[in-house]
Design a protein around this ligand. Structure first.
Ligand SMILES: [Zn+2]
Length: 274
């Protein structure tokens, strides 16, 4: 553990662990990596316990909180089990809290928030910001506002998006912005950050990239949600089929704000002051 700075570990998909002075904070931890075939068929989804345990070997034994950007399975499916093992509280939208509880998350530890809220947990100051979700073939996937049943979520479509959120995390003297993607209709705040973690899985989020960088003026840019999350983590990092990293790299160069960085799975990197 570094004595100064924030240690950032990439967990795949849009998952991160941040560590600061013995404290850990997680965002969107997802290790099960259900295959595309099962998703396309609408199969029953369950966390893959051995994959979750494999991924959690890289995590701190305890975490202060888990922040979740929205309710889709690739962000929320594994959260109840990660909560129970790390004793973390969950901070996410009301609908994602509801899904997580129905999937077994401990009720007293799950807190619904919406854009504009501020939460302090341990050394972390978390500002909850509005976000939008990329469209896939013209619409937000699994977007139903009304959940179809009151039982536990079972199929991919039960893990509904709900209100998408972004977070501005302040810890020590660092500021980190994180979302899981977005559209040009909702840009990040006009606030300088040290690290901007921006989802880039799909065309909508790439279309807003130049303007997002103009507003955040980050020291470091970490493009996220670019890997093929239908493959297991132990297959190694592979770009997702709808990503376009050469465009991301070109836009980052042209924006001339910050250094573009990439992280491999479970290889920590420390964000330090200039
Ligand atoms: Zn999503």
């Amino acid at each position: 553990m570094p004595r100064s700075g924030v240690r950032v570990t990439y967990l795949g998909t849009n998952g991160y662990q941040f560590e600061f002075q013995g404290h850990a904070l997680l965002v969107d931890p997802y290790f099960s990596r259900v295959d595309l075939f099962s998703i396309a068929l609408g199969s029953r989804l369950q966390p893959n316990i051995s994959r979750v345990e494999g991924g959690m070997r890289y995590l701190a034994p305890k975490a202060d909180a888990i922040l979740v950007t929205h309710g889709h399975f690739d962000h929320l499916l594994d959260v109840p089990i990660v909560m129970s093992r790390t004793h973390a509280r969950l901070i996410t939208s009301a609908s994602a809290v509801e899904l997580a509880k129905r999937a077994g998350a401990s009720s007293p530890k799950a807190f619904g928030v919406s854009a504009g809220d501020v939460r302090r947990v341990g050394p972390w100051k978390i500002r909850v910001l509005p976000a939008t979700h990329d469209r896939l073939f013209g619409k937000v996937p699994f977007d139903q506002r009304q959940m179809r049943s009151s039982g536990p979520p079972q199929h991919p479509a039960d893990w509904v998006c709900g209100e998408p959120l972004a977070f501005l995390i302040e810890v020590g003297d660092q500021r980190i912005y994180i979302d899981s993607g977005g559209t040009p209709t909702q840009l990040p705040p006009r606030e300088r950050v040290d690290l901007a973690i921006l989802g880039m899985a799909l065309p909508d989020s790439r279309a807003r990239l130049p303007r997002a960088l103009e507003r955040l003026e980050p020291r470091y840019i970490l493009p996220s949600h670019q890997d093929n999350f239908f493959q297991p983590l132990d297959a190694g990092f592979q770009f997702g089929p709808l990503t376009d990293f050469s465009r991301v790299r070109r836009d980052c160069q042209q924006a001339n704000h910050g250094r573009l960085i990439l992280l491999d799975y479970f290889r920590p990197w420390t964000l330090r002051k200039k």
